[in-house]
Design a protein around this ligand. Structure first.
Ligand SMILES: [Zn+2]
Length: 86
């Protein structure tokens, strides 16, 4: 897991990208202040912990889950999903 602070488009606070080796890279917007960065990092880590990259759930549900911190039922796995989560 690497976390990098980089300039991102204004509407994007952070993004997490899965690597082929099973690790993740998290990018946090340099436009955010320290507290916002920490909140965004925690949010992105919940995507990782929830295995959102390997479950066939839609983006809206994944975002709701990441915000609540809870895992939903219906753990259909779909390996090889490599879409970024915002
Ligand atoms: Zn998210």
């Amino acid at each position: 897991m690497f976390v990098r602070i980089i300039p991102l488009p204004r509407r994007v606070g952070a993004v997490v990208l899965p690597n082929d080796d099973g690790t993740y890279d998290v990018y946090i917007s340099s436009h955010l202040d320290q507290k916002q960065r920490e909140q965004k990092l925690a949010h992105e880590l919940r995507h990782v912990a929830g295995e959102h990259f390997y479950r066939d759930i839609d983006v809206t549900l994944a975002e709701a889950e990441a915000r609540s911190g809870g895992a939903e039922t219906g753990r259909r796995r779909k390996k090889g999903r490599k879409e970024p989560r915002l």
